[in-house]
Design a protein around this ligand. Sequence first.
Ligand code: CA
Length: 136
Amino acid sequence: MRILIAEDDQVLADGLLRSLRTSGAVVDHVANGAEADTALVTHNHFDLLILDLGLPRIHGLEVLRRLRSRGDSLPVLILTARSSWHEKVTGMDAGADDYLAKPFHMEELLARLRALLERGRTFNSAGDKASARTLF
Ligand code: CA
């Protein structure tokens, strides 16, 4: 299981990295939209993307739009500021699978990621069911 986190808040990113790695995931972290875009173009081996929308250099929404315009169906959970309800709507329209408003409880994030992975597996072969089941 390989997860990409695009988040410029270092404290939040550190917490995410710690929790996800403890859960057994391999996690990459980028701190701006340009690096996120490059990582997504260069590597197609991610199973999940956690995408902050308020990213420097390239906005998270644009990162998401580019991903989807390449025909990539990678499951994406977007992180938004609590007050930016319109960003959630725009994000879902741009192809996000789920969203979470900050601040959030780590347990809720993990539960949403599990649900995303469950949904994704419906469309995959039975091959990696065992490994996905052991995550989180
Ligand atoms: Ca941010």
